[in-house]
Design a binder for this molecule. Structure first.
Ligand code: AMP
Length: 278
């Protein structure tokens, strides 16, 4: 898919401030750099927009992006190893823009529920039970993958790795505890999807505030919390916009980085090294 060169979060609208790095310590954008006449002369000419209605193009593109997950449901075999499992109820895929070491999406196939928002879809207890069961199984798969990738760095996993009696191995580190299973309060993609993600947020795809805060505030709603009560504050749009605009807090030690994204990213690298060793 040629369109996978960028993340939907870069092209769809977000609540005010969610993606803004205005107050951050990021380097200024290319457009604010001093102009270099030679570079400008040699730069490729911008192509004229092909559409006769250029103002409509970004909207169409965003709509196509938002609908992209249905392709995995309709045609899983065309995605090769990105699709991990297909059952009568769900399709399990690797997220194309993983925000952590392991990041999977579980896509329910039920046409009746697929285009509903999480609060509406999970009001159906039978459907919720099926999704919970398959998400639990997907979380085990994610934990096994995390162990495969990082198990050799872990102190608590060492006895397991070094055991010579394969029939009676010690348990080792519980990687399932490092996996989160849940929903974004206001998903950007149209089709219902459950995030199955390791806690680390160690990824070059974590590029701005929404990417981090959507997984590390109450904007991320654990699947076990559904159905939400009618008066649950997490249903409230204003509350959730507030979550996306919050200061950055380290998921592991709780340190507050204010709006300093670069500092947070550096800290996440350090925490990743320590977390691997646990
Ligand atoms: P949400 O904010 O809950 O809607 O998250 C949507 C997730 O889908 C994000 O983690 C994206 O990285 C991921 N995503 C976006 N487009 C695609 C795509 N075409 N294929 C697979 N994953 C995608």
């Amino acid at each position: 898919m040629a369109e996978q060169a960028e993340d939907i979060d870069d092209i769809v609208d977000h609540p005010a401030g969610a993606n803004s790095l205005e107050h951050d310590d990021e380097p200024s954008s290319a457009s604010s750099k001093p102009k270099n006449a030679f570079a400008e002369l040699m730069a490729p000419k911008r192509k004229a927009p092909a559409s006769p209605e250029p103002e409509k193009r970004p909207k169409d593109k965003a709509a196509r992006w938002r609908g992209a997950l249905v392709q995995y449901i309709n045609n899983p075999s065309s995605f090769g190893s990105q699709v991990l499992r297909v059952t009568p109820n769900t399709v399990l895929i690797k997220d194309s823009f993983p925000k952590a070491t392991v990041h999977l999406l579980l896509l329910p196939r039920s046409e009746k529920h697929s285009l509903l928002r999480p609060n509406e879809a999970f009001a159906d207890p039978a459907f919720l039970a099926i999704v919970r069961e398959e998400a639990a199984s997907a979380a085990k798969l994610a934990a096994a993958e995390l162990e495969r990738l990082l198990g050799s760095f872990s102190v608590s996993n060492k006895p397991r790795l070094e055991a010579t009696d394969y029939t009676n191995r010690p348990p080792g580190r519980d990687y399932l505890k490092e996996i989160k299973v849940g929903m974004h309060a206001h998903p950007s993609m149209d089709h219902l999807h459950v995030h199955i993600i390791s806690k680390d947020m160690h990824s070059p795809k974590v590029k701005h505030k929404k990417h981090y805060n959507s997984f590390n505030t109450e904007f991320f709603i654990p699947l076990v919390d559904y159905p939400l009560a009618d008066d649950d504050v997490r249903r409230d749009v204003g509350f959730q916009n507030g979550n996306l605009s919050k200061d950055f807090k380290c998921w592991r030690c709780g340190k507050d980085f204010g709006n300093k994204f670069t500092q947070l990213k550096k800290h996440l690298e350090e925490e990743f090294e320590e977390w691997k060793k646990e």
